[in-house]
Design a protein around this ligand. Structure first.
Ligand SMILES: Nc1ncnc2c1ncn2[C@@H]1O[C@H](COP(=O)(O)OP(=O)(O)OP(=O)(O)O)[C@@H](O)[C@H]1O
Ligand SMILES: [Mg+2]
Length: 226
């Protein structure tokens, strides 16, 4: 079964700019794939179509049992609860502390209070940020904000984790720790699609690589198969 399927998807901005052109691929249940391509290649656009923040101009996006042609507006939050999303610009809620940002993701899915407390504590510890639980986003460094965004995305044990440059603000050691964590989460069954510029990382980690160039999927290879 595929958790995600793009069938001949195109997306333009305004009249002129073609951000994605005739893109097709599938991510199988439990798979881990990198999404690479230079700045402007269409990575964030592709992820925004997965979460149905935008719909394709042509083609079909199928994700977690929903599709872009037939999903109703009110079903989009139901879809998003099955996904974990780490945005390139984090999108933490500015008036909530680090712990409250994570807890909020659990609250909206109706988890019991005790569980929320325990899970939030556990995720903060996993990210090495227990000491920043009460800090607000503007009091955190770029890398700390990024780790809080990742903790929030993982809170509900999503079917599919989408991460847009999750290592962009991390130093090499924190990057390695995050990759270990993502591989552990993946081994527990969560599929992962991770957009990254970090070529060193994709050379080291033996996972599938989808490559975009000017909105066209120019490569889709298993590591070692190029
Ligand atoms: N809201 C928008 N309106 C108009 N053009 C946009 C919009 N968002 C993105 N684009 C354009 O679409 C193309 C793809 O952008 P996208 O953000 O998907 O690239 P990206 O691969 O994520 O790049 P980066 O690595 O810099 O994050 C770019 O040329 C960008 O300028
Ligand atoms: Mg981007």
């Amino acid at each position: 079964m595929s958790v995600l399927h793009f069938d001949r998807v195109s997306k333009s901005y305004g009249k002129g700019w073609i951000a994605l052109s005739d893109v097709s691929f599938a991510i199988e249940d439990g798979e881990f794939a990198f999404l690479v391509g230079s700045s402007g290649a269409g990575k964030s656009t592709l992820l925004s179509l997965v979460i149905m923040e935008q719909r394709p101009d042509y083609g079909l996006v199928e994700v977690a049992g929903f599709d872009s042609n037939s999903i109703k507006h009110e079903q989009i939050p139901v879809l998003r609860r099955k996904l974990g999303i780490v945005f390139q610009d984090f999108r933490l809620l500015p008036d909530m502390t680090a712990a409250e940002n994570i807890a909020f993701a659990l609250k909206v899915t109706g988890q019991p209070r005790k569980f929320i407390k325990r899970r939030t504590f556990e995720l903060l510890a996993k990210m090495g940020l227990s000491h920043k639980a009460k800090s607000f986003p503007h009091e955190l460094s770029g890398g700390e904000k990024q780790r809080i965004a990742i903790a929030r995305a993982l809170a509900n044990s999503p079917l599919l984790l989408l991460a847009d440059e999750p290592t962009g603000n991390l130093d090499p050691r924190a990057t390695d720790e995050l990759m270990e964590l993502l591989l552990e989460i993946n081994s527990q069954g969560t599929s992962i699609l991770m957009a990254t510029h970090n070529t060193d990382l994709i050379d080291r980690v033996p996972m599938r690589v989808l490559e975009l160039e000017n909105g066209v999927l120019v490569g889709d290879r298993a590591r070692g198969a190029e």
